[in-house]
Design a protein around this ligand. Sequence first.
Ligand code: BEZ
Ligand code: FE
Length: 294
Amino acid sequence: MRNVDEDTITQIVLARHAEARNPRLKQIMTSVVQHLHAFARDVELTEEEWFAGIQFLTDVGHITDDKRQEFILLSDTLGLSMLVTALNNRKPVGCTESTVFGPFFVENAPEYENGDDVANGAKGEPCFVTGRVTGLAGEPVPNAHIEVWQADSDGFYDVQYEDATQSQGRGALKSLADGTFHFRSITAESYPIPHDGPVGRMLKALGRHPWRPAHLHFMIDAPGYERLITHVFRSGDEYLDSDAVFGVRSSLIANWQRHETGNAPDGTQIDTPFSTLDFTFVLNRADGAGNRRA
Ligand code: BEZ
Ligand code: FE
């Protein structure tokens, strides 16, 4: 094909995909090409702007390594991650809503018993978390595998420290026979997502801040139920309505009760300020019966 021009190029590119053997790949790439071309036409993209975009994506690639995933950060800050989460986690009303996974989950976190301190030395005010895992009918879900992870009071996850030698502020535990679980950790605080790279520069240029409201991450797996990936957000946080990655759902906001001193739920006497949090997680059945369009 010769003499391709601005009016014919989209259909000509798509025609080249005619022999694609994977129908899903063909569908996705057809849509990608159509939307990319429509975008360039829409904004009348200049050559300088096209090259600035290429340079930006190159920078995103250069800063990405096994510890820093700038492409996920880009997807998160453009709302793509939350959109994909919403599209793939339609659930019956009453189930705990899902939210973004984020880049700081780590496989094989240490296993803890109920009552243990998952902070493991992470900086922050003590927090005692109690919770319950149920199904939609209120049935307790025993032996659920619960992964929890969070940032310290300086706003960093353990894996963000160059010299980290052990897991801090993360761990795995099981729900008990009545579906309950409890552990000690530290009080979640709001923190900025990594913004010293190209995504941070993009946010700044767009007049956006990089902050996330205080939250605890949970991933819960139990036989017969869908995996739940979510957060619990701290009520009153100033960033609840402007989360840099659009992850807040009203149903996930909980009250972190603050105590000056006193008896913690596990009976220990705490002489410094601490907080308590209680949250019930309602899992969707694995057969997906009753899943709704969001
Ligand atoms: C997080 O909550 O850990 C997170 C989510 C998206 C981007 C950066 C951090
Ligand atoms: Fe987080």
